[in-house]
Design a protein around this ligand. Structure first.
Ligand SMILES: Cc1cc2nc3c(=O)[nH]c(=O)nc-3n(C[C@H](O)[C@H](O)[C@H](O)COP(=O)(O)O)c2cc1C
Length: 143
């Protein structure tokens, strides 16, 4: 079974997590209340970007778990959309033995105006496609 865990202070990353989980028929769970499930599916981990890094709760979760043999798909949102939160999670999960099978990141509205409206419907559609590709429900798009 696939697992979708998120660290989202403002709700943007939760929107992406809910879209991914909905596509897979599971429920996204706040990483603060989560425990690692069985390793038969893809583990989706997502976070907002805070000071160039993923959230503390996500970092703690990764540090607390043995991810050897796990297939992990990472996602994130940030004001600038550069994906530094995903890079940070990638280094952390690899340090715990995970195999990173893919990444998705998009902009997330910051304060009142910066990246306003993100994640927008196109961002959410792209997240759904990412979910299907990672779960092997759709062939991977070559770009
Ligand atoms: C305390 C704080 C620090 C942030 N630092 C960054 C940053 O370093 N780079 C960036 O691109 N966005 C930054 N942002 C913007 C968030 O990453 C962006 O709004 C993201 O979508 C938040 O996700 P969330 O709504 O799931 O918490 C920051 C936002 C907050 C609240």
């Amino acid at each position: 079974m696939h697992q979708v865990l998120y660290d989202s202070r403002g709700g943007n990353t939760k929107k992406v997590a809910d879209a991914i989980a909905g596509e897979l028929g599971v429920t996204a769970v706040d990483v603060k209340a989560a425990s690692l499930g069985p390793g038969d599916g893809v583990l989706f981990l997502g976070s907002g970007c805070y000071g160039g890094k993923p959230g503390e709760a996500m970092v703690k979760f990764i540090e607390a778990n043995d991810l050897r043999g796990r297939r992990v798909a990472l996602f994130g949102t940030s004001g600038g959309g550069a994906g530094n939160e995903v890079k940070g999670m990638e280094a952390a999960v690899k340090g715990k033995g995970a195999e990173v099978i893919g990444r998705y990141f998009c902009k997330g509205q910051m304060a009142l105006f910066f990246s306003r409206g993100h994640p927008n419907p196109a961002d959410i559609d792209a997240a759904r496609t990412f979910a299907r590709e990672m779960a092997g429900l759709e062939s991977v798009t070559v770009v």
